[in-house]
Design a protein around this ligand. Structure first.
Ligand SMILES: NC(=O)c1ccc[n+]([C@@H]2O[C@H](COP(=O)([O-])OP(=O)(O)OC[C@H]3O[C@@H](n4cnc5c(N)ncnc54)[C@H](OP(=O)(O)O)[C@@H]3O)[C@@H](O)[C@H]2O)c1
Length: 341
């Protein structure tokens, strides 16, 4: 038998949504691989999934967890591309599970069994493909990054620097600001102590070329106001709205004279959803995995070791890890160790 989390109640309160269940550990089908899951990635959007806002047909109970990282444990008789013991990243909808059954096409081979490679999937692909294909970021652009010290934000900062941009990184604490300086951010705004509107008016009177927007609410409308002529706002998420039961995940912030503003200043506001960019995955995965392996991209993970209750270990700890992320306490990507290798 093995254990996994399943959603039994549709709610954005992760702890209330899930139950731990036991399943029989069967052999993989002929075309399948069974992965022993060692590390699972926690994503801000997990609570949109528990609330059945997307990525599910909504039929209860359903599995949860977008990323698993472990070792190939059993191979179906028709699978030739993977071997037992190989470290892999699994793109899945059942990541909060001790074992994951997967088609080989949803497995990415890894050079080593390290949780840091989890940063290459939802976070890394979103950051790099989002900046390139939706933000059209180029050398000399001023790029404003929200939630810059989080799982996705840390890669956005580094990729924008890699493209030759000037990076304004937004975060909430001194400790996170220090990390952002190490990543090469040029200017840091602490939204808990700084007035974003005032700082941008004083320091960047010509406006921002690319806004990476993940927060929603008032921050969204303030940042829209500061877009430069021909500026691009990439709308990635709306974390301030995720925990509200009434919300559909995103807010609905009215901007007066929106059409006039986008036309007169040639602005673009582009939505980005990673799963609409499957065609770009192989190219960007290749670059990200190689750069993380060589240390050219820092991919920091936060396993909760600094918390008073210690490391996130075991499926019982996933809810605590989700609450930690939504409390804004994480630095880097939140990861739960599911079991010993
Ligand atoms: N569209 C897509 O395909 C896609 C893919 C991946 C991620 N995303 C989005 O990208 C964002 C980041 O996701 P992630 O999984 O990488 O999480 P994360 O950045 O690792 O963690 C969330 C961070 O958001 C900030 N935050 C939390 N609550 C907040 C609040 N109420 N107001 C303002 N900031 C708050 C905190 O950072 P600070 O302390 O620095 O504020 C926190 O560390 C989310 O909006 C997510 O939905 C979208």
């Amino acid at each position: 038998m093995y254990k996994k989390l399943q959603v039994f109640t549709k709610t954005s309160n992760f702890r209330q949504a899930i139950k731990l269940v036991e399943c029989p550990l069967v052999k993989p089908q002929d075309e399948e691989v069974r992965v022993k899951n060692i590390f699972a990635g926690v994503n801000a959007t997990d609570i949109n999934i528990t609330a059945a806002r997307y990525f599910t047909d909504g039929k209860l109970p359903f599995d949860i967890g977008l990323e698993a990282l472990g070792v190939v444990d059993e191979i179906g008789s028709n699978v030739t591309t993977f071997k037992k013991g190989q470290p892999v990243l699994a793109l899945t909808s059942s990541g909060f599970s001790e074992y994951v059954y997967s088609s080989p096409k949803n497995l990415v081979p890894l050079p080593e069994l390290k949780p840091n490679y989890l940063v290459t999937y939802v976070n890394g692909l979103t950051a790099t493909i989002g900046l390139d294909k939706a933000g059209h970021v180029k050398a000399g652009d001023k790029v404003f990054v929200t939630a810059a010290a989080g799982g996705t934000g840390q890669i956005v900062v580094q990729w924008a620097k890699h493209r030759g941009a000037y990076v304004i990184a937004m975060t909430s604490s001194e400790k996170k600001a220090e990390y952002l300086k190490q990543l090469g951010a040029d200017f840091i705004i602490n939204y808990k102590t700084d007035n974003i509107d005032q700082v941008l008016t004083e320091k960047f009177p010509d406006g921002i070329d690319v806004v990476w927007e993940t927060v929603g609410g008032e921050i969204y409308s303030t940042l829209f106001k500061h877009l430069a002529i021909r500026g691009r706002m990439v709308v990635i998420g709306s974390i301030t709205n995720y925990s509200s039961e009434q919300s559909h995940g995103f807010g609905d912030v009215p901007i007066s004279n929106f059409q006039t503003k986008i036309v007169m200043r040639s602005l673009s506001v582009t939505g980005f959803m990673l799963l609409n960019y499957h065609d770009c995955f192989p190219e960007y995965f290749g670059q990200l995995i190689s750069k993380v392996h060589k240390g050219e991209i820092k991919a920091v993970v936060d396993l909760g070791e600094q918390t008073s209750d210690g490391k996130f270990f075991g499926l019982e700890q996933v809810a605590r890890a989700e609450e930690y992320l939504h409390g804004g306490k994480n630095l880097g990507k939140v990861v739960v160790q599911i079991q010993e290798p």
